[in-house]
Design a binder for this molecule. Structure first.
Ligand code: CA
Length: 470
């Protein structure tokens, strides 16, 4: 009897000490929207696009006022995000896959995230995480680039960059791109009969329910609100004062918010919210010309290095560890997600030196008093940009560079290049210095497309105005 009591006490002591030594790892969820406008959420100030569910993440967490992506288009932005490195360092530069290439270069399905680059999932899996990506992949179509070969345990989505939100018919000749069919894990075709945004949200809910008792990393990669402009009639009808693609993008955003709401409710029901680190962001600025998105008060559009191409809505919540309903005002970049997630998950090793992101948690918690980044860089072929403090330089192949002070000119309307030639020269040099560390691009766009990017910048330079409340 006495021995049994001793054993019982010893068991209790070891259970208590285990709980003290290894607190439960947080779940980690990354929700990525696609091509959303900077202004097109109510937490970003929209009076017309109401996103009450996504707004809840802001209310229970941190809203970042100056969050950037590392590229102004989908694929490279995702390559940077998932590796924590400027994607130009490994030649995922600077265009979407599949792209076009010069004679000696990579072509077709050989384009993808190089297999020796580690993803967020590669880092989290050894820490005991069940990992899944649901939705858009866009980091290579060949099997060796497939999510299940890149650290993910589960995949339900499509490998390409865009697809219909409605079910594909195998008899429809327009739907012949097999890589864009929905796949459940490796290669097996599992087209849904549902509107895709709702289907992805339901898959997310099911994944969370299956993994309620173990730590998980869920990368919920909605293709909403990327073209094609497919929306459900009931969502369209919710915006009677809008018309055309503006009405459709509002409807698609409504479905996105509904999907996020389902996921948040599931976390609440399972009492997982408190210890879930959740990020909501978007992969590049809104292509105002393609999906009628609105980047107000930023100028420019997707594919440009003006703020409207690279600055994105960004929310992070983790009720157990982070303050609620606050703003964070220093610049951050989606490259920071990998180190932030790794250390939140209990990672103990130093990350490789070529990782450019930093762990944001001590900055948000006020433990680190400096800024996460003094300088950020962007490059797409000959175009480039650098942000150093509040100064930003944009470099072009066909005209003089431009210089802005973002602290007083977020809309980039007052070019200070002639007023501050020394600052211009210093930033130009710093941008060149960074470029010395980069690989040659593995593929490129055809010249005609690059030219179109410049036209696009000129055409969509003036910020739109927000809609009036009706
Ligand atoms: Ca995108």
């Amino acid at each position: 009897m006495f021995i049994r009591i001793i054993l019982l006490l010893l068991g209790l002591i070891s259970a208590v000490s285990a709980a003290v030594e290894s607190p439960k790892k947080p779940n980690i969820i990354l929700i990525l929207a696609d091509d959303a406008g900077y202004a097109d959420f109510s937490f970003q100030g929209s009076q017309v696009f109401q996103t009450p569910n996504i707004d809840r993440i802001a209310e229970t967490g941190v809203r970042f006022q100056q969050a950037y992506v590392s590229a102004a288009v989908c694929g490279p932005s995702r390559a940077g995000l998932i590796t924590g490195k400027y994607q130009q360092k490994f030649g995922f530069e600077e265009n979407n896959v599949p792209g076009y290439m010069s004679k000696s270069g990579t072509t077709g399905d050989d384009m993808g995230l190089p297999v020796d680059e580690k993803t967020i999932a590669d880092y989290l899996k050894p820490l005991g995480y069940r990992t899944a990506i649901l939705g858009k992949w866009h980091l290579g179509n060949a099997d060796r680039f497939h999510p299940l070969n890149r650290g993910f345990d589960e995949f339900y989505g499509f490998r390409g960059g865009a697809r219909s939100y409605f079910p594909f018919s195998e008899n429809n000749p327009n739907h012949h791109l097999t890589e864009n069919f929905l796949e459940r894990n490796f290669g097996s075709y599992a087209e849904t009969s549902r509107y895709l945004t709702d289907a992805l949200a339901d898959e997310a809910v099911a994944f969370v329910k299956r993994n309620r008792s173990n730590p998980f990393f869920l990368y919920l990669s909605f293709n909403a609100v990327h073209a094609p402009m497919d929306a459900l009639p009931e969502d369209i009808q919710a915006f009677p004062t809008l018309s055309g693609n503006r009405q459709k993008v509002a409807a698609m955003t409504r479905a996105l918010d509904r999907g996020v709401g389902k996921l948040l409710s599931t976390l609440d029901e399972l009492q997982l919210t408190e210890n879930t680190l959740l990020v909501f962001t978007n992969d590049n600025g809104g292509p105002t010309d393609h999906n009628a998105s609105n980047n107000y008060p930023l100028s420019g559009t997707k594919a440009t290095h003006l703020e409207g191409g690279i600055r994105v809505p960004f929310l992070m919540s983790w009720p157990k560890k982070l303050p609620k309903n606050i703003s964070y005002n220093h610049p951050i970049i989606t490259l920071d997600l990998l180190p932030t997630f790794y250390y939140a998950a209990g990672g103990k090793e130093s990350l490789p030196e070529d990782i450019d992101g930093v762990n944001l948690l001590p900055f948000i918690q006020g433990i680190a008093k400096t800024k996460p980044h003094e300088t950020l860089y962007w490059k797409k072929e000959n175009r480039g940009a650098i942000r150093d403090g509040d100064w930003k330089l944009l470099r072009f192949p066909d005209r003089p560079a431009e210089l802005y002070n973002l602290s007083v000119d977020v809309g980039e309307s007052n070019n200070l290049a002639l007023k501050h030639p020394d600052k211009l020269a210093a930033l130009y040099k710093k941008l060149f210095q960074w470029e010395l560390n980069l690989e040659r691009p593995r593929w490129q766009l055809k010249r005609e497309y690059e030219g179109k990017a410049m036209q696009r910048m000129d055409e969509y330079r003036t910020p739109k105005t927000p809609e009036a409340v009706h």
